[in-house]
Design a protein around this ligand. Sequence first.
Ligand SMILES: [Zn+2]
Length: 130
Amino acid sequence: MHELSIASNIIDIVSQSINNKENIKVDKICVSIGKLSGIVKESLLFCWEIAAKNSKLNGSKLIVKEQALVVYCESCKKKTLICGNVKLRCGRCGEPVSKIISGKELIIDKIIVNDETKDSRYKKEHAGKK
Ligand SMILES: [Zn+2]
């Protein structure tokens, strides 16, 4: 399952970023997923439970935020935010857009360990998915 490998991926990155220190307990991991990332939030949360159980992150909570889709329109030379249904058209003039500014990625926003916040901005592009 796609989301299961993503969940394991997040676990690897988080484990590395806390340097596998024994005394660190990860409380929460906050991630943002783009609308076009191809990741289903519910599915990722479900897979997280399974993946985290067999790792050092057992007991930690994954918080998934859905990130807005931002597109760039050649005609308007403007960036617009696409809400609601995903359609790759300019939010201003309605022309089809070729450039997606954000909405395809998975970003680890924050790792909260022992009530401390550790910033770890990690960006993963899910290219080629529509
Ligand atoms: Zn436009």
